[in-house]
Design a protein around this ligand. Structure first.
Ligand SMILES: [Zn+2]
Length: 425
């Protein structure tokens, strides 16, 4: 039983520790991003990887890429006032840094100008030359299904925390019994290239249906292109660099949202996740505390016997990651997963020469890919980190949407053909 002193002290300790991370709790508004930079470090020893993971969990800095393994670059956004402290901290553990993005605020301003110009000139109809809002994406899904009722259908599969309707598009004409691929995007709000790429692939498969007739006749697809609707909208209206959901966490400091890719119920909270609502990697109060993730989970669970592949698209760093995230040990069938990922990466490479690595994820529990494999028994489960390798990071210029879509459609075709041949009923 807690003592009286403990009962009184605990909120104070929580408050003090939350105040320390206030930098991370605050939205990334223009004022506090003046002078912000993205620094890159490349850990050379396991101890340095461990150190960086600890730094991420402390929550003082916004990690744009996560510490995974020795030799893998880690990008950290740092505000101007934090620069001296971070530089000192890094040098203490022998980590050298380079400046990857020297002026985050300027890049944000440039993107805003480009977006505003695109939206002023054209209609709000879907295209892949600018980034689109959640509502535009959902409206487009409905119109696509209405135009091709024999090939696809759209279902409402639940609501987000703030009440946005979540939709899933089912695509295929082979009927039930065919092996299936489940694809989602936009789990992290600021990774705009993810919904853009997933919708690009949907559009190609549907509007060029004759070209893809063999695949569409033998494989079923389930697509949810934007599974964190509240967070995604918030990146358009308030904070371009928001990552989490927008749920109420009852935080004393008003910190909102959960990292939806720490929220899945498989070895939840065991590694690389935080119990502090102000953290960018806050795992939530319990597994599946986030209604959006429950909605996606339920769709996968209902079809887990036919789903052979789960693909979840993120950005950035150009890599196909296979489980596990909760442990550095790979699953028993890791060679199968690695082989298929490598074939897919070769397909991607063949289009524009863009190199995607293949690697096990490691370092964070509660990811959707781990759950899909560990709980839903989807054998081929991958997290795909799209373009780029850090020149623009999350602020990828819209000219790169179509090339990213083209190369990833090639990767998806490799996977679909493999599934068709392997699970031919
Ligand atoms: Zn992500």
């Amino acid at each position: 039983m807690p003592t009286l002193a403990h009962t009184i002290m605990r909120p104070l300790v929580l408050l003090a520790s939350s105040l320390l991370v206030l930098g991370a709790a605050r939205p990334h508004d223009c004022t506090n991003l003046h002078g912000a930079q993205v620094l890159r470090v490349v850990p050379e020893r396991a101890g340095q990887v461990h150190y960086l993971r600890g730094l991420l969990l402390q929550g003082n800095y916004d990690f744009w890429t996560e510490p995974r393994a020795v030799g893998h670059p880690v990008d950290i956004m740092v505000r101007a006032f934090q620069l001296p402290q971070l530089k000192k901290t890094l040098s203490q553990v022998g980590l050298r840094y380079t400046v990857k993005i020297s002026n985050v605020a300027a890049l944000l301003a440039k993107e805003r100008t480009t977006q505003e110009a695109a939206r002023a000139s054209g209609s709000r109809a879907m295209d892949w030359t600018s980034y689109h809002t959640y509502q535009e994406i959902m409206d487009w899904l409905e119109s696509l299904a209405a135009d091709h009722p024999d090939l696809c259908k759209v279902e409402n599969v639940g609501s987000s925390f703030e009440g946005r309707t979540m939709k899933m598009l089912t695509l295929g004409k082979g009927g039930p019994g065919k092996p299936a691929i489940f694809i989602d995007g936009g789990i992290h709000a600021r990774e705009w290239i993810s919904p853009a790429t997933v919708t690009y692939m949907i559009n190609e498969l549907v509007t060029k249906r004759d070209t893809y007739d063999d695949i569409l006749s033998n494989v079923n697809f389930y697509f949810m292109p934007s599974i964190n609707p509240d967070g995604y909208d918030y990146t358009f209206t308030d904070d371009r660099l928001w990552r989490k959901t927008r749920s109420d966490t009852n935080s004393l400091l008003g910190c909102m949202g959960v990292d939806p890719n720490r929220n899945w119920g498989f070895h939840w909270m065991e590694i690389g996740a935080s119990d502090d609502p102000c953290s960018e990697v806050y795992a939530g109060t319990e597994p599946f505390s986030e209604v959006e993730m429950r909605n996606v989970r339920d769709q996968i669970s209902q079809r887990s016997s036919s789903i052979k592949v789960y693909l979840t698209y993120h950005s950035y760093s150009q890599v196909w990651l296979y489980p596990w995230g909760w442990t550095s040990q790979p699953p028993e069938d890791w060679q199968d997963l690695k082989d298929l990922a490598q074939s897919a990466a070769e397909g991607v490479l063949s289009v524009h020469g863009t190199l995607y690595d293949v690697h096990n994820s490691g370092g964070a529990a509660g990811g959707s890919d781990d759950w899909a494999k560990g709980e839903a028994n989807v054998k081929y489960s991958y997290t795909i980190e799209l373009r780029d390798t850090g020149e623009y990071g999350f602020l990828l210029p819209p000219e790169q949407i179509i090339p990213t879509g083209e190369e990833n459609l090639e990767g998806l075709k490799v996977v679909a053909n493999f599934i068709k041949d392997t699970y031919d009923p």
